[in-house]
Design a binder for this molecule. Structure first.
Ligand SMILES: Cc1ncc(COP(=O)(O)O)c(C=O)c1O
Length: 396
């Protein structure tokens, strides 16, 4: 592979505090208006290199949905990354930034026929499916395309599970792969997703065991599957420790060697969160600190970022972002809080059951940072709920 042009070779990010690089800190020192996300693109690059080193056998298809910001996608294009896209606008974004259509997968299993046709027209040749109707849409609108079938897997252990919405049972996948060949498509392989923020490495083993079994069945049917798409799920560091990317690579390699008897197929990984999560910090301002009753210990801390402007993944308190404030370490100590967003919607509560404690000295006007917010934040923001603007973002 060609080396990227020199201008693309970033300095490795320098961490000055957990979740904060020197570049993020320097930008935040300019006191940007809040709420805002600050992303250090060098961290994304470092994560990309680390993943390539940990699993060099796999092509990395960045899951654009995690953060489609042009500076970030452009950096990945320059590094030779490939792209997993969910929609035509994501495809156009990648193409507009110089990605090769041969390096883009249309990975959503739910696509309109006209979007499949438009993607095909743009040169996209790799499509996901998990249902017969979808397969027939692809056959009609992307004749001869390479297709992979997504199978249902257990998302146990994932902090952001993807439930039963995607994938089909392995027996159905076997039938559909045969049908794909009959329809003139090229049924190249299988995919799965073990759930986002997956910290249990054995979940990939379970999914791969299903895939290996299915490969044998497909070969018995006369097909020649060659590709396994390992999906996303690679975790980022929030509060608790997560397996390092090297451990992920080693564990996958061991499972693949064992399950495919040394005949390891071509591999794709589709990281979203794992590439961009720890590259971002969300700066917010405390709008109000109050109590519901004088006798109550627990305070309510309302900040200017909430469910509707970037923090949607606090739904169910699933993703627990580490939080720091300028008053950490204050002599008065900390006390229990409910953390909530600024809108008039009662679901705009971020952490209630999380046993969150914040400094007792915290007051309106203070800044509060949520770390590891590079993934699934900006694009989840509403366009103006209660008049609040979408989350501003700065790429440094
Ligand atoms: C098809 C597909 N691939 C990859 C991803 C990225 O997942 P993660 O952010 O857990 O890496 C997603 C996320 O929803 C997905 O739907």
């Amino acid at each position: 592979m060609l080396s990227p042009p020199l201008s693309l070779v970033a300095q490795p990010p320098e961490w000055v505090a957990p979740g904060l690089t020197r570049k993020m800190a320097a930008f935040l020192a300019t006191r940007p208006a809040t709420p805002c996300l600050v992303v250090d693109v060098d961290v994304v690059e470092a994560n990309y290199h680390a993943l390539r080193a940990a699993l060099p056998e796999a092509e990395v298809y960045y899951a654009v949905k995690a953060n489609p910001a042009p500076p970030l996608v452009a950096r990945l294009v320059g590094l030779g990354a490939r792209f997993d896209t969910a929609s035509l606008p994501e495809i156009d974004l990648c193409l507009g930034l110089g990605a090769d259509p041969a390096h883009i997968s249309f990975g959503n299993t739910i696509k309109k026929a006209r979007d499949i046709a438009a993607a095909y027209e743009r040169g996209i040749r790799l499509f996901a499916f998990d249902a017969e109707e979808e397969l027939r849409k692809i056959a009609e609108n992307a004749p001869g395309a390479r297709v992979f079938c997504r199978i249902l897997t257990d998302n146990a252990g994932a902090e952001w599970p993807l439930s039963r919405k995607f994938g089909c049972a392995p027996t159905m996948a076997r039938d559909l792969m045969r049908l794909a060949a009959d329809l003139g498509l090229d049924p190249v392989g299988l995919s799965f997703h073990v759930g986002s923020q997956q910290t249990d490495l054995t979940q990939w083993d379970h999914a791969l065991a299903l895939v290996a079994d299915l490969f044998r069945g497909l070969r018995a049917d006369g097909l020649t599957p060659t590709l396994v798409n390992l999906g996303g799920g690679l975790p980022t560091r929030y509060g608790r420790p997560v397996p390092e990317v090297d451990a992920y690579g080693a564990s996958l390699r061991a499972a693949l060697e064992r399950l495919f008897d040394g005949d390891v197929p071509a591999l794709i990984v589709e990281p979203g969160r794992g590439l961009v999560g720890n590259a971002g910090v969300l700066e917010s301002e405390v709008v109000l600190v109050s109590r519901k009753d004088d006798t109550e210990d627990r305070r309510w801390v309302y900040i200017d970022a909430g469910r509707f402007n970037g923090l949607a993944e606090t739904e169910g308190e699933a993703i627990r972002y580490p939080i720091v404030t300028g008053r950490d370490g204050d002599d008065a100590g900390t006390g229990p809080v409910v953390l909530a967003g600024p809108t008039c919607d009662s679901v705009d509560v971020l952490y209630d059951r999380a046993d969150l404690r914040l400094p007792l000295a915290l007051r309106a006007g203070d800044r509060l940072r949520l770390l590891s917010t590079g993934a699934y934040t900006t694009t989840y923001a509403s366009i103006g709920f209660n008049g609040f603007a979408p989350l501003a973002a700065h790429y440094v």
